[in-house]
Design a protein around this ligand. Structure first.
Ligand SMILES: C[S@@+](CC[C@H](N)C(=O)[O-])C[C@H]1O[C@@H](n2cnc3c(N)ncnc32)[C@H](O)[C@@H]1O
Length: 253
């Protein structure tokens, strides 16, 4: 087994753990993205992150329980959520059904996604680059899956600067503790603690153009309101970012 395979296997064991899956469902599907004000704010940011109003063919990479895939479906797009965790996918199927949304799921490694080039109008990914051994290859490959004119939408959080918030942000899922091998594997991840500026550089290197940071004030305002109602929830957050870039020409050129 190569060192990469070994790393993937370690992370796969974490991301398939039922406690990790239910934690993500509670914290995001039912938490932030289930809080109506936040859901509306995120829907609007996503709507504005891709040009035009047409129905798009979208892939959400490392979709987990379909957190972002659900929003694309709610906006009327045709969406496929890709994840290597069968348990995350089951949770995503259940969550989409509950809301009456149509999301297709594909179980696959997002560093080697099983799609031909020029397939999607939009590719999104939220909170995934940090857990990949090769985030640069992933972004380059996702870019090639876009049709010319298509958009890559990368979503994440810049870490809180308040050390108390930072400490509390990384509580593991209740019922799951990373073992020694997992902790060592985390240290091998180049984007474990990345910023939006680093993501921007990787997007540029992949040949994307028109890279924009979406305004996030409405999401932050919704989080403040959420925090007022549930102080434990709000303290977990950093500062969200959404970066979009376009594939504007034939990537061979
Ligand atoms: C932090 S969660 C984010 C889930 C979702 N995007 C969200 O915003 O809630 C990271 C997700 O990436 C998936 N993942 C990690 N490495 C992967 C890989 N190499 N291939 C496919 N999925 C991967 C995990 O299974 C997990 O669902």
């Amino acid at each position: 087994m190569t060192q990469d395979d070994e790393l993937k296997q370690i992370f796969h064991s974490g991301w398939t753990n039922p406690n990790v899956v239910s934690h993500r469902v509670e914290r995001f599907i039912k938490g932030e993205f289930g809080f109506p004000l936040s859901r509306t704010a995120w829907l609007e940011v996503l709507r504005q992150s891709v040009p035009g109003e047409a129905r798009r063919k979208i892939a959400d990479m490392g979709t987990g329980p379909g957190t972002i895939a659900q929003l694309w479906a709610e906006l009327g797009h045709e969406v496929t959520g890709v994840d290597f965790s069968a348990t995350m996918i089951s949770a995503g199927q259940a969550a989409a059904k509950e809301r009456g949304l149509t999301v297709d799921f594909v179980e696959a490694d997002v560093e080697a996604p099983p799609f031909p080039e020029n397939t999607f109008d939009v590719i999104s990914s939220r909170a995934v680059l940090f857990t990949l051994p090769h985030p640069g290859y992933a972004v380059a490959r996702w870019t090639r899956l876009l049709k010319p004119g298509g958009s890559l939408v990368l979503i994440g959080e810049n870490n809180p600067t308040d050390p108390e918030k930072l400490k509390r942000q990384y509580r593991p899922a209740p019922g799951w503790e990373p073992d020694e091998a997992y902790r060592r594997a985390l240290d091998k991840l180049p984007f474990r603690s990345h910023t939006d500026e680093m993501v921007r550089v990787v997007m540029e290197a992949a040949g994307l153009r028109n890279i924009r940071s979406m305004p996030m004030q409405s999401v932050m305002d919704a989080r403040s309101e959420h925090e007022k109602q549930d102080p434990e929830y709000g303290v977990l957050q950093g500062t969200p970012y959404v970066l979009t870039g376009q594939r504007i020409e034939d990537m061979e050129g």
